[in-house]
Design a protein around this ligand. Structure first.
Ligand code: NAP
Length: 423
């Protein structure tokens, strides 16, 4: 660990939030005093909660920490995205240096957060918000600041990866594997954010700013999850020597813009992501000159996430800030990405929905009266998947990309209403 010079007093940290991440960071800093940080003040929410430290260490008004000029750095690790945005934006307005782990907040408000840093001179770092301890943001932002990236992809959510791994290992169903993940602490009581791929979508949106120079509205990015996955889908993959993984994909386009989506994907054995199992995350960065890089690591948990927060604290002490080198200063939004056709495995899609999606070039299909397992493999426009995402989720349909992508063959996209009328 980097040591402060002997003449320097420890850097005073104001810690807002003392849950899984806050305690993980606190423990790391206690174990390594030579790192030169002291947690000077801790703000939490609930005054009656039992704590692992003496009661006098805690206070209940985070704004008091913002207003304390003796605190050198602030760490925001609370579980309330709206309040986190209020606190972080207020701190940036005061020109302060802040670390956050809140991916939902950063993904939703990145344009304002960047503008506040530029206007008031504060700094915000958020390595812990994407894939925990895997140092992907800073590497893409700094090391690959100038080199064009061909693709960034990865498994950005450990909870859904754990469920998929257990389903394959145990030949169990989704509900069973999810219950086990929840019992092991790898999945939240409300699993929607993780299983429906909202969480990895936030991470993809954050990476898009650094990797593609694109500030995306999370709602504009397709996210399909695994709530409808079945043992039959896992078997389908296994019979072909593949595994099902929820894969985020960011592909910068040569003329500006990028295509970004997060969906289940049938992953081949020669992909580095194939071996990323259980709660682990994996990131593949493919750069024009450096070629392919791959990281596998822990995407969550007190210590791994605390490790990323510590790395940001050290970086702040050294005067680091993100370069956002690929982000245009004046015109923040790059050109809109053209639509693409993705080859997908589509299981249990009602006939009208399948027509509405406009599945073409079907290369494989199985459907027989009386069978509950029916599927087809064919091409679908990315825009149509996005448009009917909620219908797919509600209808019990499972969709996985095969990984094959092609430009759209020009023809108007079908409408659900038209398809329904035709059925
Ligand atoms: N857990 C992970 O592995 C992980 C990984 C990557 C990123 N993150 C992100 O890190 C953040 C924290 O996650 P976590 O798992 O540590 O959450 P957590 O265990 O639920 O803890 C949340 C903490 O925030 C405090 N808090 C909530 N509202 C507050 C407020 N208005 N003022 C002050 N404190 C407040 C809570 O106070 P009380 O103690 O009084 O309830 C609690 O100490 C989230 O944004 C999460 O998405 C977590």
């Amino acid at each position: 660990m980097s040591k402060p010079s002997p003449t320097n007093a420890p850097t005073r940290v104001g810690l807002i939030g003392f849950g899984c991440v806050g305690q993980g960071l606190y423990d790391i800093l206690q174990r390594h005093p030579e790192a030169g940080f002291t947690v000077a003040r801790i703000a939490v929410k609930n005054p009656t909660k039992l704590r692992p430290l003496p009661a006098e260490r805690f206070e209940f008004h985070a704004d008091d920490l913002l207003n304390d000029p003796t605190l050198d750095l602030l760490v925001e690790v609370i579980d309330d995205a709206d309040e986190a945005f209020r606190l972080v934006s207020q701190a940036l307005r005061q020109g302060r240096r802040v670390v956050t782990a809140n991916k939902a907040m950063v993904a939703r408000h990145l344009p304002e957060l960047i503008a506040l840093q530029r206007a008031f001179g504060g700094v915000l770092l958020y390595e812990a918000a994407v894939c925990g301890s895997i140092p992907v943001i800073r590497t893409i932002d700094s090391y690959f600041a100038q080199e064009p990236l061909v693709q960034v992809s990865g498994i950005f959510n450990g909870s859904s990866n754990y469920v998929l791994t257990r389903m394959r290992e145990d030949h169990s169903d989704y509900a069973e594997a999810l219950a086990e993940a929840q019992a092991q602490g790898f999945a939240e009581t409300d699993p929607t954010l993780d299983m429906a791929a909202f969480d990895p979508r936030s991470k993809a949106v954050i990476l898009a700013a650094h990797a593609c120079g694109l500030l995306l509205d999370p709602d504009d990015v397709l996210n399909l999850g695994i709530e409808n996955v079945s043992a039959a889908d896992i078997r389908y993959a296994a019979e072909r020597g593949q595994k099902l993984k929820v894969v985020a994909s960011l592909q910068p386009l040569p003329g500006g813009g990028a295509t970004v989506y997060v969906t289940p994907q049938l992953v081949d054995a020669d992909s580095p992501l194939y071996a990323v199992e259980r709660e682990f995350n994996g990131v593949v960065v493919e750069a024009e000159f450096a070629g392919q890089h791959f990281w596998r690591g822990r995407g969550a948990g007190g210590h791994p996430t605390g490790s990323a927060v510590l790395a940001d604290l050290v970086a702040l002490r050294h005067g680091f800030r993100y370069a956002y080198a690929k982000l245009p200063l004046e015109a923040p939004q790059a050109a809109e990405a053209p639509d693409l056709e993705l080859e997908v495995y589509l299981r249990s899609a009602p006939a009208e929905l399948r027509r509405a999606l406009g599945l073409t070039d079907v290369s494989e299909q199985l459907s027989a009266p009386g069978f509950t397992y029916d599927y087809a493999v064919g091409y679908v426009r990315l825009g149509q998947l996005h448009r009917y995402r909620d219908a797919l989720r509600a209808g019990g349909t499972f969709v996985a990309r095969t990984g094959r992508v092609r430009p759209v063959v020009a023809q108007p996209a079908p409408q659900l209403e038209t398809a329904l009328a035709a059925s």
